[in-house]
Design a protein around this ligand. Structure first.
Ligand SMILES: NC(=O)c1ccc[n+]([C@@H]2O[C@H](COP(=O)([O-])OP(=O)(O)OC[C@H]3O[C@@H](n4cnc5c(N)ncnc54)[C@H](O)[C@@H]3O)[C@@H](O)[C@H]2O)c1
Length: 348
């Protein structure tokens, strides 16, 4: 019987209270939320009261000094991922960290160093690797159904979807939609391509309409306000080259005057696919074109990613989204900004 783990959550904001804590409620056989911390202690207190968490604190240090935990679940704004992760690693705690890895590549590399020196488990919570369709794709890919995936396209494009609060404050967020939602599309697509080695990136970012006053549209509202500035990009167009002549195109926007679109297209030597629903484009045994939609039952991917992390801690297994992948994807995201600044292709 696996050990029931004890987790301390850092950051009692929107993602903690709307996604992680409801997921923990489904996993009570595997894990107990024993404490929560936020630099705004009233937020930690409110979450503790709502979710029956026995203790709340104002920092990761205070939490670790008072409560014994097996791992720290980082749900702070992005610029705080690195200091919280480094403190947790130095205390020998395993770490589950919300996406993106960090606000800058430098911070991400410092996290990698701390995690590796401490020899603790680290998993980046890139939730779309943990969807049932992605699992089904991996199963079919392992069976050779797709052959070699040599090209891919991904999009995470919102018509009007700039988040509020700190998300547009570069100091706290590190960047705009590239780090916020581009990370989901690029991370998932690169992983499903079987993690080809990145060689170069050509990208442009833009800041035109993200600070819209459009009526009748909703937005993600974090609890943390930031300074109320908007000094990030609002969209990006990206082309990556990988070893072996493989490529990925990505379109990312918080706001654009065009249709909403989110997805990944994978092109393999034997077959290709799109998602939502998983649809496989190939040829049948008689040589005719075939389009197949396997029946895939949906899953709660936040609960699944946490369940997977607990399994990795208990069995000392490398997670599906380990620190090495997180750093490679952060290098790719960093290359987008470098290329946009140079208006030229850059090496990764
Ligand atoms: N997986 C997803 O789909 C998804 C969706 C939204 C947000 N996120 C990620 O979740 C994280 C949090 O986003 P959010 O929308 O919940 O923001 P939020 O502002 O609602 O919550 C962040 C909380 O962290 C607290 N905080 C900041 N620094 C801290 C520190 N050093 N110690 C303790 N608490 C600290 C803030 O006071 C705030 O309450 C971000 O990294 C974001 O990218 C992921």
């Amino acid at each position: 019987m696996a050990k029931k783990l004890r987790v301390g959550i850092i950051g009692a904001g929107n993602i903690a209270t709307s996604a992680h804590l409801p997921a923990y409620q489904k996993l009570t056989d595997l894990v107990e939320v024993v404490a929560i911390a936020d630099i705004v202690p009233d937020r930690a207190k409110a979450a503790a009261e709502k979710y029956n968490i026995p203790a709340y604190f104002a920092s990761v240090e205070e939490l670790m000094a008072n409560v014994d935990v097996d791992y720290i679940d980082i749900c702070t704004w992005t610029a705080a991922h690195a200091p919280v992760c480094i403190a947790a690693a130095k205390a020998g705690k395993n770490i589950l960290c919300e996406k993106p890895l960090a606000a800058t590549l430098e911070q991400g590399l410092a996290m990698e160093k701390a995690v590796k020196e401490a020899g603790v488990q680290f998993m980046l919570a890139v939730v779309t690797r943990y969807g049932a369709q992605q699992y089904k794709f991996r199963e079919l890919y392992e069976q050779g159904v797709f052959g070699e995936i040599y090209a891919a396209k991904c999009q995470y494009v919102r018509r009007r979807g700039t988040p509020g609060g700190w998300f547009t404050d570069k100091e706290l967020a590190g960047g705009g939609p590239v780090l916020d939602i581009g990370v989901h599309a690029i991370d998932r697509t690169w992983y499903l391509m079987d993690r080809p080695k990145p060689i170069s990136c050509s990208a442009e970012t833009s800041y035109r309409i993200g600070n819209y006053q459009t009526k009748g549209v909703g937005r993600w509202c974090p609890f943390g306000e930031g300074k109320g500035v908007f000094d990030t990009e609002d969209s990006a167009t990206v082309f990556f080259r990988f070893e072996g002549g493989k490529t990925m195109m990505a379109e990312i926007a918080w706001a654009i005057n065009g249709p909403e679109i989110a997805g990944t297209q994978l092109f393999g030597s034997k077959a290709g696919c799109t998602f939502d629903p998983l649809t496989i484009y190939g040829e049948d045994e008689e040589g005719y074109l075939s389009t197949v939609k396997p029946e895939v039952e949906g899953n709660d991917y936040f609960a699944e990613e946490i369940r997977h992390f607990i399994e990795c801690v208990n069995e000392n297994k490398t997670p599906i989204s380990p620190i090495d992948d997180a750093v490679t994807v952060q290098r790719m995201l960093d290359a987008i900004y470098r290329s946009a600044e140079a208006h030229a292709e850059v090496t990764i």
